[in-house]
Write a protein that binds this ligand. Structure first.
Ligand code: ZN
Ligand code: ZN
Length: 309
């Protein structure tokens, strides 16, 4: 399969882009030159109508949906052979079961990428402290001793909303980092699939999981993935396939990720390709995944409909 699309592209409006010349215009020019036929902008976006689970989380306070939609009028009416889409890379905060895009907001997008693995966003996506979930459960149990008129699940929800500083003293057992991250990734993917907002979005626009099971900022990524059995991946990807949710393949795919994608394919999942470029130079990274795609034996039939040329 020839690589003809890239639907995970950040321009300079994304806070983490350090290329001031990463403009819509320059990107379109580069993509045309390198033979890409469909490109999709996917800047980091938190829909401002969805309350942030952590009120002062700066990274997303600025990167609202309205802010990122500045891109749309900048796209020339005639881009020749190249089709240009405007999507978003939003956020799924696994520790809060909170998705940063409302169904109303999603109507302004051509497609949506959802990461569940921004593990570097501590105390927002993933708890900073090992076994915070256990500590939250301990707090909920303590509350249950006196508050007997609320179901335990509600008390657990209250405990999960407490600031890290309040919960930290209750952390008694610490889990080793690798199993902790590995367990988190499984839980957050499962949580995303069952998330209420996500299930309202399904069918309204194309959705792909950005860099699935790629814990950002973690060393030992292969060890983290190796702990996840084929059957667990199978259960999770069957849920994605049933909802028509795709998985993204990136240039940095490792052997363990290849194992994961094979299982996903067997479950009937379809795929999108994304460089996750934040600069003009990184746009060429999309080519680096050709050998993985060949090794996986992917064909156009394995792609989500909206990225087929
Ligand atoms: Zn990401
Ligand atoms: Zn990205």
């Amino acid at each position: 399969m020839k690589i003809l699309h890239d639907v995970h592209i950040h321009n300079f409006l994304s806070t983490c882009s350090n290329d001031n010349r990463a403009t819509v215009e320059s990107y379109i020019e580069i993509e045309r030159r390198q033979g890409i036929r469909l490109m999709g902008f996917a800047n980091h976006t938190w829909d401002e109508t969805v309350p942030l689970p952590v009120a002062d989380y700066d990274f997303y306070r600025r990167q609202s949906l309205s802010f990122q939609q500045q891109i749309r009028p900048q796209i020339p009416a005639d881009t020749g052979e190249l089709k240009v889409l405007v999507g978003a890379e939003t956020e799924y905060c696994g520790m809060f079961d909170c998705l940063g895009m409302s169904p109303e907001g999603a109507r302004r997008l051509d497609f949506l990428l959802i990461p569940h693995s921004h593990t570097h966003m501590t105390d927002f996506v993933m708890p900073a402290s090992e076994n915070l979930p256990l500590a939250q459960e301990a707090i909920a149990k303590k509350l249950a001793e006196t508050v007997d008129w609320l179901p335990f699940d509600d008390l657990l929800r209250v405990a999960r909303r407490l600031p890290h500083g309040t919960v930290a003293p209750f952390v008694t057992e610490r889990q080793e980092r690798i199993p902790f991250v590995s367990d988190f990734l499984v839980k957050s993917f499962d949580g995303l699939m069952k998330n209420q907002t996500l299930n309202r979005l399904v069918g309204t626009l194309p959705i792909s999981v950005a860099h699935p099971f790629h814990p950002v900022g973690e060393p030992h990524r292969e060890e983290i993935l190796r702990r996840i059995p084929d059957e667990t991946f199978g259960d999770l990807f069957a849920q994605a396939a049933a909802r028509g949710i795709g998985l993204e393949i990136n240039p940095w795919t490792t052997d363990e990720e290849e194992r994961m994608f094979r299982i996903a394919r067997a479950c009937g999942c379809r795929f999108t390709l994304g460089s996750d470029a934040h600069t003009r130079a990184e746009l060429s990274d999309i080519r680096r995944q050709q050998s993985r795609l060949d090794s996986l034996g992917l064909t156009e039939d394995d792609l989500m409909d909206f990225v087929r040329i």
